[in-house]
Unconditional design. Sequence first.
Length: 94
Amino acid sequence: MRRTVIAVVVALAAMVPAVAAGAVEPPEGARMASAPAAVRVVVGAPVEPALARAQARGPRGAVSRTARVTSADPEAVVITVPADGAGTYRIAWS
């Protein structure tokens, strides 16, 4: 059985000045039975929703560019992950 691996690629930390990701859920390199519906990136400072940019790419090329910040969790960006089968998924944000 092939497992799904989430690889996290940090692009630019432009969402908030000089702040790198504090936590990624699921964590980088996580091996899972299937891809999560979303990845949550906590940056440790409030994120301006209009500036949140992200991309999730599946192993067969499916792409999602959906990123959201909520008032209930203003220090995190939630990135939608496309359903694209088993393999390595790459997540990038800026």
